[in-house]
Design a protein around this ligand. Structure first.
Ligand code: NDP
Ligand code: 2IT
Length: 450
């Protein structure tokens, strides 16, 4: 019976490999829960959770600076609204396709449930490549994208935010266009600027939340992040604020990367060097090798697309925080992490660790936190932005930061409590999948078959 559910799901979604990977992982953990709850089986809850409630695909035409007319494909996957309006980011990247957005929207269901806030799961984006585009091109693309998306979202219906390639600049253009079309100033997007409805701490929240989560994991062993050497991949929103929070707590981040390669700074990235990365990436939109030119103690290793492993994960360190993209750590990388003494890996990115790599890490005693738990601080703070927008209120930096810490602690404790209850003590992955699943499943049972 159980086998046939997975077979049915995969037969109906041929070629959607990333989506299948995400579904397999959750199913592995919730199979036992399904067996113990005949109601879930009777109402076919798991299979229904894997089918988007609605998928929107649309044409995004836009004019570049040379006057050429280009066309991209836009998407919004409205996966599950059992516990609240659809909520999840928008990704602009040339690799975006339906499989990737469905895996992200599926993960988002459980992540959002874990935050304790009433948010359903969704994800969207476009196969648009923001690299090398002028500000005017980005603006025109965002406006064209929103012209169609506006028909399908709303502050009580579906509330998008940022993800890869979508930061505060893009949210500004998207929000501006929504407001113009609807003649309505509402919190239809999160990650807005502070002066126009945004929440303090939202820009920092994913990276900060990730490190808070890792610190709670370390505290279980009476350990701290102080003095720990940390491998970080990526140099975008999540990586920058993970690095910042590591530094603030006495840890030593030694790497950062982008799609062209990585830098290794044996002296550690300090606050001043991080300021350089922020300026380089957020303002100049340059490449990470410039770091090694500015700070000669650091080395730059270009990305070798033919290589079977990423040498970033073959550096001696204590903790690892993948913050770039999916499947960036494979089995060979995991073996290198183990060989180099990594004690803990917490995911800032969504699904950065392949199933083989997860097995290798866990078999070798590396503490492992899945992204749906450890990177939930971003969407949680988006939820806090929604609450502030609904109420017309503004919380201080300290208030939001405290709420973020409390939420990450609750997620951490909920993972451990649930894992123990289901006979998997210390298993953050099982705890996250089971706790998130049960919350949404119970809401679906309550709502009936619709
Ligand atoms: P950004 O666009 O700000 O940064 C992405 C970083 O990852 C860049 O350094 C980018 O390099 C690198 N990267 C992206 N794709 C690839 C690739 N295929 N190979 C190598 N490097 C790559 O995105 P975010 O920091 O917002 O997102 C990073 C990860 O975190 C994603 O997995 C996202 O889903 C996840 N996440 C984000 C949240 C948020 O609030 N923003 C919340 C929770 C999870 P380059 O510039 O060269 O492309
Ligand atoms: O993957 C994610 O959780 C995000 N990109 C953030 C989503 C959000 O709505 O803040």
């Amino acid at each position: 019976m159980s086998q046939s559910i997975l077979e049915r799901i995969k037969a109906r979604t041929p070629g959607e490999t990333e989506f299948h990977q995400a579904v397999d992982e959750v199913f592995l953990n919730v199979e036992q829960v399904l067996k113990e709850n005949p109601k879930y089986e009777e109402l076919n809850i798991f299979e229904r959770m894997t089918e988007p409630e609605r998928t929107i695909m649309f044409q995004v035409p836009w004019v570049d600076d040379q006057g050429n007319v280009n066309v991209n494909r836009g998407y919004r996957v409205q996966m599950n609204s059992a516990i609240g309006p659809y909520k999840g980011g928008l990704r602009f990247h040339p690799t975006v396709n339906l499989s990737i957005l469905k895996f992200l929207a599926f993960e988002q269901i459980f992540k959002n449930a874990l935050t304790g806030l009433p948010m359903g799961g969704g994800k969207g984006g476009a196969d648009f490549d923001p690299k090398g585009k002028s500000d005017g091109e980005i603006m025109r693309f965002c406006q064209s994208f929103m012209q169609e998306l506006a028909k399908h979202i709303g502050h009580r219906t579906d509330v998008p935010a940022g993800d890869i390639g979508v930061g505060s600049r893009e949210i500004g253009y998207l929000f501006g266009m929504y407001k113009k079309i609807k003649n309505e100033f509402v919190g239809v997007l999160t990650g807005k600027g502070q002066g126009w409805g945004g929440s303090l701490i939202r820009p920092e929240a994913t990276g900060y939340g990730l490190i808070y989560f890792a610190m709670y994991m370390l505290a279980e062993d009476n350990d701290t992040i102080e003095g720990k050497r940390c491998l970080v991949s990526g140099s975008g929103n999540v990586a920058q604020y993970a690095i910042e929070k590591i530094i603030q707590n006495g840890g030593i981040p030694v790497t950062a990367s982008d799609s062209s390669g990585f830098i290794y700074d044996p002296d550690g990235i300090d606050a001043e060097k991080l300021a350089f990365i922020k300026e380089l990436k957020n303002v100049k939109r340059g490449r990470i090798h410039e770091y090694a030119e500015k700070f000669p103690a650091a080395t730059f290793t270009p990305r070798d697309k033919a290589a079977t492993h990423n040498p970033l994960w073959d550096i001696e360190a204590d903790l690892a925080f993948p913050c770039a993209t999916q499947n960036e750590i494979n089995g060979e990388d995991a073996r290198n992490l183990v060989k180099n003494g990594i004690k803990l890996l917490a995911e800032g990115a969504n699904m950065p660790t392949t199933p083989e790599a997860i097995d290798i890490l866990r078999e070798n005693g590396v503490k492992y936190a899945p992204g749906k738990a450890s990177n939930a601080g971003g969407v949680a703070t988006s939820g806090l932005e929604m609450v502030q927008n609904y109420g017309g209120i503004y919380w201080t930096f300290e208030q939001v930061d405290q709420k973020l810490k409390d939420i990450m602690k609750n997620i951490h404790d909920n993972c451990l409590r649930t894992a123990a209850k289901y006979g998997k003590p210390g298993d953050y992955m099982a705890g996250a999948n089971i706790a998130g699943f049960i919350k949404v499943a119970d809401a679906m049972v309550a709502a009936g078959v619709l």
